[in-house]
Design a protein around this ligand. Sequence first.
Ligand code: HH2
Length: 407
Amino acid sequence: MDTPRSAHWSDTARLVSYRNALETARNIEQTGCSRAGLEIMMAKGLPLAIRVDKVPLRSAILIKQEAISAGGDAAYSVDVAALRGERTDIVLLTSPRSLQALAAKLERQPFGLKRLASAIKSATEGHILSQTLSARGKSLPLGGRTYIMGILNATPDSFSDGGSYFTEKDAIAHAERMLAEGADIIDIGGESTRPGSAPVPAEEERRRVLGIVRHLIANSDAVVSVDTMKPEVADACLEAGAHMINDVSGLAAGPRIASLCASAKAALVVMHMRGTPSDMMLHTEYGDVVKDVIAELSARMELAASAGVPEGSLVADPGFGFSKDAAQNIELLSRLREVSNMGYALLVGLSRKSTIGRITGVQDAKARVPGSLAAMTAAIMKGADIVRVHDVAESAQAAKVADALRY
Ligand code: HH2
């Protein structure tokens, strides 16, 4: 006969809130955390709060250390800092992705933390955002490795490769080369979004991309993504079987693209940008660029979710270079963990961008590969799940090394 395990403080671990700031704050207050501590915790915007009661002080201190090192934090009573009392309630703040890293760290520690790791796992199982990105029958498990999205610009004027793949034959050959080099996703765009670029009529954009979408759906296993802001183009490409729509306007024109993705069960990338590519660089006034981007992007993610796209099919992208100057892009990259802590699958596009040119002094965008790889590696270490790149072979190799270090 099984003997019941005697009660242990870690058995009280329970998920008290997910994406509910008020409920998180209420639980933090109940631990006896200071007002200043509460404000610091809430400002982190971590979506997941796990409460554990009556934790011995030495365990609580270790939990906080490990939580911070895994990209989260832990709130507890002010008495802990003064080493008063024997036990404290704690609220562990984390994100779905950081949770795995946190559990792995706790598992290696004494003072009941190993047992807490398994209690946290069972308390959160089935309650939090899917750890798999679903794109119309394609499943991309997250947290295991980084996915490479190869850029296919079927445009005459893209900033670094405009005109190179403008005929359908050249575009398809380039897509096949990128797949052979290790791309998981091909992102097909028929309209340049470089600063100041001219808009392309929907009919022309559709003509540029549709044949390529059809060819890749019929002849490859790739996840096929279409980089468009136009519902008409998204609609035609989804009809042709595209798995993902990459909307750099972040649903600026309303939820129509999200509804189309929801009906097709396709994934949707929601990117942060202010204004349009022609005027976005007039909108670079931020208070705290990272906080502002997260707040503005969250509102658009919620719009997508309310149009019916499940959270497990949503991808967030802070939009490097879009309505952000070089200093703001650098700040965003160095604090990318805060964006990944939103809890959505995270895509970043830094490849060959002007910020890399600004940092390195390299004018020729095609010569910015080493700088792009460094930026991409940093992004992976800070939580990126998908990287949008021009140079697939080089990026796939660098991503493998970063993955080996990250996981
Ligand atoms: N960057 C560009 C285009 N689309 N989509 C997402 N999600 N994230 C990005 O950072 C992003 C994007 C700009 O790069 P590129 O496609 O090379 O150039 P152009 O817009 O001139 O075609």
